[in-house]
Ligand binder design. Structure first.
Ligand code: NAP
Length: 483
């Protein structure tokens, strides 16, 4: 990527007020490119363009929407190797995970292309004679999409695809750490025939672009994925206008390991949930709640596996764990190690920055034992490859500990007992529950979201996505008698 990359506003590429470099976290001497930072005036221009496009796109033929979304989905899937490599270079996850994320992003477009054709309503008789009632869904208008860096493409695509499928115009503000992969999606859109302004890319800082979108009375809905703290700010800005909001936020997901569980499975799933993606997943297992009877065996086995993980350059063959995304995340991880030790936790492995052949933000997969659920390391989202083991004396205690958190995105249990698995599934206050599976890893055709401080508003993904991206209209028709 040689020249500066611009924003895409109203169907045109537009330079920003300034640019920001995108830096490869595996090798900070590798500058991926320089990306436009939108000015406040350009946010206004994008809103005007999107409002005008929303009128045309909102009444577009269903097959036009189907074809556009399917073409984008097919292209993204077909280019998953190339785009996945770019995603990994920019975000730091190993190549296979980058390719997987890109492919999944394409699948969101393919899935919602078909959903565009399936939108349905109700036709019923009124309680009054001679009157019919027609209940249908209409687009809401202009949707602002604000997305994070950890799944820089998929979190955005699972919002952009349904927004467009159901007839809305989109303004996308991606995370500042990952503009290169965002720009590629905009480039794909720029080759489609759409009313100008139907899809807009606004790179730039959250404080300028994100804030302005959330606060604008001309935005009909804001769908946000990111931290709880920023989500709260988005909600506060949107509230005076009664702008519709959907927030997918932080987490503190528990994986419960029972004494009757398959120990190899427990260790493999804990390893996956706690460390893959450098622990930078909203679905990561940061609390490992382990039955006292199997605690020592579990810890010994997990330590051995964690220490054997290959941490390295995201694009190197054999890398299992890439760097964390930037210097801030690295500093945060090191601070949490200090905090854990101050709180009296015992470090079993990891806890330090690693040196590799290139200078990057490498951090060793870290395990703490002797931790209590009320410690800050078990209350706050750390968003790095650090896991804490909490001992439990019984299933009941494990369930209580698992639910004792301000968050509620995912949870998991490793057990061979159908009764425990079923009870856990029914009593966890989380949006997703995994039985004998890692807490991370979800499908694209079913609802996704959490409870408590993890989510606000209607669920994302699957058929229920229609709830957020449409407005319902109830019409009463008195056709009269034929002459
Ligand atoms: P973040 O700091 O909250 O940022 C998220 C997005 O909000 C970015 O695009 C950011 O822009 C923007 N932003 C920043 N300040 C803003 C403001 N004042 N108004 C409006 N937008 C603003 O989160 P992150 O560090 O990118 O991502 C990690 C977080 O995302 C974690 O908490 C993780 O759990 C959460 N997450 C949740 C889910 C889920 O489905 N529940 C999925 C993935 C990630 P800049 O980049 O320019 O700051």
């Amino acid at each position: 990527m040689a020249s500066d990359k611009h924003n895409y506003i109203g169907g045109r590429w537009v330079a920003g007020g300034s640019t920001r470099p995108s830096v490869n976290p595996s090798d900070i001497s590798d500058i991926i490119g320089h990306f436009a930072e939108a000015t406040p005036a350009q946010v206004g221009e994008a809103i005007v363009a999107a409002r005008s496009a929303a009128t045309a796109w909102g009444v577009s033929q269903l097959e036009a929407r189907y074809k556009t979304l399917m073409a984008i989905g097919d292209e993204i899937c077909a280019r998953s190797q190339e785009l996945g490599e770019l995603l990994s270079r920019e975000e730091g996850k190993p190549r296979a995970e980058g390719v997987g994320e890109v492919f999944r992003s394409g699948q969101f477009f393919q899935y919602f292309a078909a959903e565009a054709l399936r939108i349905s309503g109700d036709a019923v008789d009124s309680t009054r004679p001679g009157i019919e009632v027609d209940v249908r869904r209409e687009p809401i208008g202009v949707v602002a999409v604000i997305s994070p860096w950890n799944f820089p493409l998929s979190t955005a695509c699972w919002k952009i695809a349904p927004a467009l499928a159901f007839g809305n115009a989109v303004i996308w503000k991606p995370a500042s750490a990952t503009p290169a992969i965002a720009w590629q999606l905009a480039e794909t859109f720029s080759r489609q025939t759409l009313p100008p302004g139907t899809f807009n890319l606004l790179m730039g800082s959250g404080g300028v672009v994100g804030n302005a979108l959330a606060a604008s009375p001309d935005i009909d809905a804001v769908t946000f994925t990111g931290s709880y703290e920023i989500g709260q700010q988005v909600a506060t800005r949107a509230a005076p206008n009664f702008t519709r909001i959907q927030l997918e936020l932080g987490s503190k997901n528990p994986l419960v390991v029972m004494d009757d569980g398959d120990m190899e499975l427990a260790v493999a799933h804990a390893l996956n949930g706690a460390y893959f993606g450098s622990g930078q997943k909203c679905t990561a297992s940061s609390r490992l709640i382990v039955h006292r009877k199997v605690h020592d065996e579990f810890v010994t086995k997990l330590k051995a596996k964690a220490e054997a993980l290959v941490v390295g350059h995201a694009l190197d063959e054999g890398t299992q764990i890439g760097p964390v995304v930037d210097e801030k995340q690295l500093a945060q991880a090191l601070d949490y190690v200090k905090l854990a030790e101050k709180e009296g936790c015992e470090r079993v492995c990891g806890g330090e920055r690693l040196k590799r052949r290139t200078e990057g933000y490498y951090f060793a997969p870290t395990l703490f034992i002797g931790t209590k659920n009320d410690m800050r390391v078990n209350r706050e989202e750390m968003f790095c490859p650090i896991a804490c083991v909490i001992e439990a004396g019984s299933y009941e205690e494990a369930l209580q500990l698992a639910n004792d958190t301000p968050y509620g995105l995912t949870s998991g249990i490793i057990t061979k007992s159908l009764a425990r698995a079923n009870h856990f599934r029914r009593h966890m206050k989380t949006g997703c529950v995994m039985v004998n599976l890692p807490t991370a890893g979800t499908d694209y055709h079913v609802p996704f979201g959490g409870r408590k401080k993890s989510s606000y508003g209607p669920r994302e993904q699957g058929r229920v996505a229609v709830e957020f991206f449409t407005a319902m209209k109830t019409s009463y028709i008195n056709a009269g008698a034929p002459e």
